[in-house]
Design a protein around this ligand. Structure first.
Ligand code: HEC
Length: 143
């Protein structure tokens, strides 16, 4: 009789352990899914996608005076952005940094002796607006 009770106890314990494990597995699966879903917006934030159409609108107010309506440059002012090898060599992040900083006449990269003002002379320009302009510049760049 005593042996039987021991075996029943062992069996009940074994079932409890198995049930507990099964439950944990499901919890882990459920926890893993929201974590994977949360990773997607974080990646998007690291590389903000620029809106080329909106960038074109900003270009036509902030950059057009020096770089021209077709971005082919204006003699004595901004350079041609459509065929610039330098633009083609820059990453999006580098172009964003360039637009924020501009290019002074003392910069060794300056070839015209004319300064490119930071943000084209629009200090209020936001990070997103600059990303949009970069997307626009990419869309008209031919190399
Ligand atoms: C006041 C005139 C002026 C404005 C406004 C201006 N730029 Fe420029 N930009 C220049 C000049 C001048 C250069 C060339 C500097 C040099 O000699 O390297 C230049 C160079 C550049 C270059 C580098 C081209 C290359 O091949 O080296 C990029 C890219 C550029 N500008 C983008 C922009 C964008 C985008 C805007 C608008 C947000 C803008 N610029 C507004 C004058 C201007």
């Amino acid at each position: 009789m005593r042996k039987q009770i021991t075996w029943i106890l062992i069996a009940v314990l074994a079932m409890m352990v198995l049930t507990a494990c099964g439950g944990d597995d499901k919890k882990e699966e459920a926890a893993a899914q929201p974590a994977a879903a949360a990773a997607a917006p974080a990646e998007a934030a690291a590389a903000p996608a620029g809106d080329a159409a909106n960038g074109g609108k900003i270009y036509s107010t902030a950059c057009v005076a020096c770089h021209g309506p077709d971005a082919k440059g204006v003699t004595g002012l901004g350079k041609d952005l459509t065929t610039s090898t330098w633009v083609g060599e820059q990453s999006d992040t580098q172009l964003v940094e360039f637009i924020k900083k501009g290019r002074d006449v003392t910069d060794p990269l300056n070839t015209t002796g004319v300064a490119m003002p930071p943000k084209g002379g629009n200090p209020a320009m936001s990070e997103q607006e600059i990303a949009d302009i970069v997307a626009y510049v990419r869309s008209i760049h031919q190399q």
